[in-house]
Design a protein around this ligand. Structure first.
Ligand SMILES: Nc1ncnc2c1ncn2[C@@H]1O[C@H](COP(=O)(O)OP(=O)(O)OP(=O)(O)O)[C@@H](O)[C@H]1O
Length: 446
């Protein structure tokens, strides 16, 4: 049996100043695997607790299979919860731990066949006679899962069930959870703050911030078409590069995006995806560039959808199969409220003469190189480094660019960056995505 869950305008207020969930509407189809994703404190666990019946909505409606369930007793909901802290009984064997819910539900029935079936499903039949202290973290979590599935629930509610485990085990167990729940066909609501877990697990992801649902969609949808800058920043590794910029449209000239020291021109006529930039003329916007939208390559390799920027290599993260190259372009990084600050500025307590000379050289290198490219490319340098508001001797924040592992740029090297305009994201001052153009145009009055 599987179950449909519907939350309609559900609000949960804990005390006068804590609204943990704010008018949340969400429909979860029978058999669906939905991941609730968001930073700590955004209300994910509260949603789970509301579905489980451990909390009652302050307002709004919870429907289970279409039936009003706001106050239905937890025991009547046929749900099983799996928590981060798996709380096994230490003095019971695996067999007894898994069988425990059955002994409560039907004390006169022999739990053995169902316990063994659950253990087989989870591949822990050899561990049935061990005590929790004799199990690894991953095995204990499997026992906790066994205790949940043995009841044949209609729904699984999982609250960060893997966060106590090491990365390798987490990857393996999450694949097992996905296979298991699909095989059982049960509706699953899975809470995590780990975006890569969310993207790899769910049929759909629901992203929350401060109790408010931001967007729901498949992993691909929320990655490729984030509704707002928060979703764009929360989903994807490495994090999307977010830069402050201004949209310019000189009379008779091409529309451009001005990053301060550099600017990029947009093709004329504007593509449909860039059309909404017109109404942002003269305004500050946030530009989002994922690392795959950028590449380090000479201008002669530029594709029709690409434009050129210039940068100076700050730092290279070698990852084996690729490198992540941090490149300073002089653009200011945009911060997203509610997320930790993006990459911190490299701090230099007090620049030595040599360091000062070096960083000055890097700045000059950036400007000099940009000027040199200026006549033929779309990038121009308008302001010297001193006017960008950065402490003297520091480099501007970097963008992260993916590069093949063979490429070995040196720190301080000047590099041309080709930016693919087909992968350009722009968000307005309220954080809403305006490029690629949203399917529904936002209300521009607010
Ligand atoms: N019983 C409670 N009484 C008062 N405030 C609470 C209670 N439970 C949660 N909160 C508050 O409600 C907000 C949402 O909490 P919740 O646990 O749902 O967030 P979360 O997204 O699951 O966070 P985490 O990932 O850290 O578990 C937080 O501000 C939290 O402090």
């Amino acid at each position: 049996m599987t179950r449909a869950i519907s939350l309609q305008e559900v609000t949960k207020v804990y005390s006068r100043d804590v609204t943990a969930v704010d008018r949340l509407s969400l429909d979860i189809a029978p058999g669906e695997f939905l991941v609730l994703l968001g930073p700590s404190g955004c209300g994910k666990s509260t949603v789970l607790r509301l579905i489980a019946g451990l909390e009652e909505p302050t307002s709004g409606t919870l429907l289970l299979d279409g039936e009003w369930a706001n106050t239905l007793a937890p025991g009547d909901r046929k749900l099983a919860m799996v928590f981060q802290h798996y709380a096994l009984y230490p003095n019971m064997t695996t067999r007894q731990n898994i069988g425990f819910p059955l002994r409560i539900e039907a004390p006169h029935d022999n739990p053995r066949p169902r316990v063994e079936e659950a253990a087989r499903t989870l591949g822990i039949q050899d561990l049935l006679d061990r005590y929790p202290a004799q199990l690894s973290g991953g095995e204990r979590q499997r026992v906790a899962m066994g205790r949940a599935i043995v009841r044949r629930p209609s729904t699984f509610l999982m609250d960060e069930p893997l966060s106590n485990l090491d990365a390798k085990l987490r990857t393996r167990l999450r694949a097992e959870i996905a296979t298991l729940t699909r095989h059982m066909g049960v509706t699953t609501v899975y809470v995590t703050h780990d975006q890569s877990e969310a993207m790899s697990l769910g049929d759909r992801v629901a992203i929350m911030r401060d109790g408010v649902l931001q967007q729901t969609g498949t992993g691909r949808e929320v990655y490729q078409l984030p509704d707002n800058v928060f979703v764009a920043a929360f989903v994807g590794t490495p994090r999307i590069n977010l830069l402050r910029a201004t949209v310019r449209a000189p009379l008779g000239g091409r529309m451009s995006i001005d990053f301060g020291p550099q600017r990029i021109e947009l093709p004329h006529p504007l593509s449909p995806e860039h059309q909404m930039l017109r109404i942002q003329m003269g305004r500050e916007v946030t530009v989002g560039l994922r690392s795959e939208a950028l590449r380090i390559a000479p201008p002669q390799h530029m594709r029709p959808s690409e434009v050129l920027m210039n940068g100076v290599v700050q730092h290279v993260e070698y990852q084996g199969h690729e490198s992540l190259v941090h490149v300073a372009t002089g653009a200011r990084a945009a911060e997203v409220e509610g997320l930790e600050a993006p990459r911190p500025e490299p701090r230099r307590p007090r620049a030595s003469r040599r360091e000062a000379a070096r960083s000055g050289r890097l700045g000059r290198l950036l400007g000099w190189a940009t000027e040199r490219e200026g006549s033929s490319s779309v990038a121009t340098l308008e302001r010297p480094e001193e006017e960008t508001g950065r402490p003297p001797g520091t480099l501007p924040e970097g963008m992260v660019v993916r590069a093949s592992a063979e490429m070995q740029p040196r720190v301080g090297e000047h590099v041309p960056i080709l930016l693919d305009l087909k992968q350009l994201y722009v968000f307005d001052d309220a954080g809403r995505r305006i490029c690629p153009a949203p399917r529904r145009l936002p209300d521009l009055e607010h």
